[in-house]
Design a protein around this ligand. Structure first.
Ligand code: NAD
Length: 268
């Protein structure tokens, strides 16, 4: 297993891509902090799946570590919550080695109708939360003097590609892209790698409206060279790689995981 002895914090892991990532990292041997905001039942589901993996692991001495997962409620849009999330994760497992900034939202609107409230909601969760979770994580690495840690941001093909009517979303993901590139330079000497994973269209609750609307879904599928939507584990597999020592020389990169959509996208 690639991530034995590692501890990961995955934000927004009570469902969707974050849940897939949390479970996959646990399958690779990591202990995982599951974070949720308004869906404790979803977080319980993630924890159950993680602890079942723990339950299956028969170690040489017959011991089975069931304390593989821990869940913490925190709103990523609020810096005090983010600070507490990182501190409580460290308190519970003793350290964190892997930070996955996954929590995110989107709001559909014509540009001229975007309200300050929606602007703040998207930017606070998708950018400010990512920024400060990363800062608190980095301070922990400095305090411990460790020489290897990894940060993986779940951005989007829309860190690069326009998405009309989702200007706040695109701006937030573009901000995460430049934060990532900047920090790759600044954090390299601390042994911390930072990369983005940019999903295309993935089957999760964020896309429920699209999934329920064949008239919208069919043209999108035609734009995806691999002919299907992605699944959370398509993203999770890449995150597990980037978190592992196999990826120790990769920093400052975005890995696009989109079935080829980015090079074949047309807005309908
Ligand atoms: P989702 O709506 O299923 O999950 C979003 C997660 O973020 C949920 O677990 C939710 O609880 C959490 N979250 C939202 N606001 C939060 C807050 N204030 N505090 C803590 N957690 C919060 O969507 P998803 O598709 O799983 O999205 C996960 C990430 O992937 C997001 O950053 C999204 O932008 C990105 N992404 C998704 C797709 C896609 O097609 N599904 C494509 C590109 C990028």
């Amino acid at each position: 297993m690639k991530l034995n002895e590692k501890v990961a914090l995955v934000t927004g892991s009570s469902g969707g891509i974050g849940q897939g990532i949390a479970i996959r990292l646990a399958q690779e041997g990591a202990k995982v902090v599951v974070n949720y905001r308004s869906n404790p039942e979803g977080a319980e589901q993630t924890l159950k799946a993680i602890n079942e993996i723990g339950g299956n692991c028969l170690m040489a001495d017959g011991f089975c570590d069931r304390d593989r997962g821990y869940s913490i409620g925190a709103d990523l849009g609020m810096v005090d919550d983010v600070r507490r999330l990182v501190a409580e994760s460290i308190e519970h497992f003793g350290t964190i080695d892997i930070l996955v900034n996954n929590a995110g939202i989107e709001k559909h609107s014509d540009f001229w109708d975007i309200t300050e409230q929606d602007f703040d909601a998207v930017m606070n969760i998708n950018f400010k939360g990512v920024f400060f979770a990363t800062q608190f994580f980095v301070k922990h690495q400095i305090d411990t003097g460790k020489n290897r840690a990894s940060i993986i941001n779940i951005s989007s093909v829309h860190e690069e590609l326009p998405f009309p009517h989702f200007t706040t979303y695109c701006a937030s993901k573009g901000a995460v892209k430049m934060m990532m590139r900047n920090l790759a330079v600044e954090l390299g000497r601390l042994g911390i790698t930072i990369n983005n994973v940019a999903p295309g269209a993935i089957e999760t609750p964020i896309n429920q409206q699209l999934l329920n609307n064949p008239a919208q879904l069919q043209p999108l599928l035609k734009n995806i060279p691999l002919g299907r939507l992605g699944k959370p584990d398509d993203i999770a597999a890449v995150v597990a790689f980037l978190a592992s020592d196999d990826a120790r020389y990769i920093t400052g990169s975005t890995v696009v995981v989109d079935g080829g959509l980015l090079w074949n996208y047309q807005e309908q």
